[in-house]
Ligand binder design. Structure first.
Ligand SMILES: Nc1ncnc2c1ncn2[C@@H]1O[C@H](COP(=O)(O)OP(=O)(O)O)[C@@H](O)[C@H]1O
Ligand SMILES: [Mg+2]
Length: 420
């Protein structure tokens, strides 16, 4: 079959790398991909936001399966368009993708269906939100821009001044565009964060082993929040916690979506706070996480295609994925300055040497080919994954490979997987 992967980050390189190994895949395309994807897939110069162009491409080339990485393409309705044409696409429809595309939608669904999630109110303009702060607020509280904001729309506010600042960013300064025209103010809950992912066809749920991610730029969870600086797979939770998450949050969500007339297919990712009173839902994502997908896919031993097709066709009950027993540690190499401003176009050295170890995978994220050279082309540049019998060994392998790579301004955390 012919397969298209939509997206161009480390997650999509890992998807391409895994799909290319499937005996079922005869031809693999990626739109737009990156320099690393080019080794296993044909790159097509279409962005994930170009829904019409993507639809035409899939239709005219008779692509048998489209695998959508980024949320923008899902919220933009790519899967609906393809499905209408009788083409198979992995991921939720536009309506189902609202679980990620609108935080107020997700919160309302949780409230209606008794899915445990912090209490909240929704505001559509500044004055009532300010009135709420003056009259009823307890700090800390959490203010969330409703729509997609690339991980920047949420602020945990410790006092009124901070809360006002974020409300102004949303309603007055338009910092998040349309995504900030509606705001959720949510009660703060304390605990340990975890994310649990399932692949689902809308009926059967297949829970994936959880990964642990590292969000802040600097060691010791210091510095600004980023799109992700590393991940470890698996990061197992106690079985009774997993059961509780499945029974109280994941299954009710999939049922609720079906009952609301928007059956959910694809990856459902629950962002959770494990509180003393039990797990609480903070948010949903509707696709694989990046970089958590990289160490997770590096550990998938069985073919990825039947798993994806099982979700699309509604036959997930027939699929049993097989995982590598080993642990995987993923270290993200970033451009100097990220998540703030950074420069692009620096030559990357040592990629081949780093990939020599058979227990290391080097996935590209923000890279481009420029003549003979591979250069940096994004904030998150490379994802180096090490596999090992223990997290310590996986960590050692990953960092040994990282030390062979160099580009100007290269930055990474040195504590990914430490102490696990
Ligand atoms: N109700 C809450 N209580 C405490 N912390 C929260 C709460 N909601 C969100 N957070 C914190 O803010 C982060 C981002 O919020 P989240 O809802 O996951 O939005 P996004 O990933 O879209 O930025 C979470 O990972 C968590 O650390
Ligand atoms: Mg989140």
């Amino acid at each position: 079959m012919q397969v298209l992967v939509v997206g161009g980050g480390g997650r999509e390189h890992a998807l391409c790398w895994k799909l290319a190994q499937s005996p079922l895949v005869k031809k693999l395309y990626v739109a737009p991909g990156n320099a690393g994807c080019a080794a296993v897939a044909e790159r097509v110069a279409i962005q994930p936001t170009q829904i019409d162009v993507l639809t035409d491409f899939v239709h005219s080339r008779r692509i048998d399966l489209t695998v959508v990485g980024p949320e923008v393409a899902l919220v933009g309705g790519l899967v609906d368009r393809l499905t209408k044409l009788g083409l198979k696409a992995f991921g939720p429809t536009k309506e189902a993708a609202r679980l990620e595309g609108s935080k107020s939608y997700a919160k309302a669904l949780a409230r209606t269906h008794n899915i445990p999630s912090p209490d909240f109110r929704v505001f559509q303009s500044l004055p009532p939100a300010l009135t709420y702060l003056e009259r009823a607020a307890h700090y800390p509280l959490v203010i969330k821009a409703d729509g997609l904001a690339s991980g920047k729309g949420v602020r945990v506010c410790s006092d009124e001044a901070e809360a006002k600042e974020h409300l102004l960013d949303c309603f007055e300064r338009g910092r998040f565009g349309e995504a900030g025209a509606r705001v959720v103010i949510e009660d703060f809950v304390k605990g340990t964060e975890a994310s649990v992912l399932v692949v689902t066809c809308g009926k059967t749920l297949l829970v994936l082993e959880p990964a642990r991610d590292y969000k802040t730029a600097l060691d010791g969870d210091r510095g600004p929040n980023t799109g992700g600086m590393g991940a470890v797979s698996p990061a197992s939770l106690p079985p009774e916690t997993m059961t509780r998450i499945e029974e109280k949050i994941l299954i009710p969500t999939v049922h609720a979506m079906a009952r609301e007339g928007h059956p959910f297919k694809g990856v459902l990712y629950a962002g959770l706070m494990l509180t003393p009173a039990g797990p609480r839902l903070l948010e949903y994502n509707v696709r694989f996480g990046d970089p958590e997908a990289q160490p997770t896919l590096a550990r998938l031993k069985s073919d990825l295609v039947p798993l994806l097709l099982g979700a699309v066709d509604g036959s997930l009950d027939q699929v049993t994925p097989v995982w590598d027993e080993r642990k995987a540690v993923c270290v993200v190499l970033t451009s100097g300055g990220y998540p703030g401003e950074f420069k692009r176009g620096f030559a990357i050295h040592g990629l081949e040497a780093a990939a020599e170890d058979p227990d290391v995978r080097v996935f590209h994220a923000g890279t481009e080919r420029k003549g003979e050279r591979i250069v940096t082309d994004g904030g998150r540049v490379l994802n180096v994954v090490g596999l090992g019998a223990t997290v310590a060994q996986a960590r050692e392998r990953a960092y040994a490979a990282v030390k062979k790579i160099h580009f100007e301004g290269m930055h990474y955390r040195t504590d990914i997987g430490a102490g696990l």
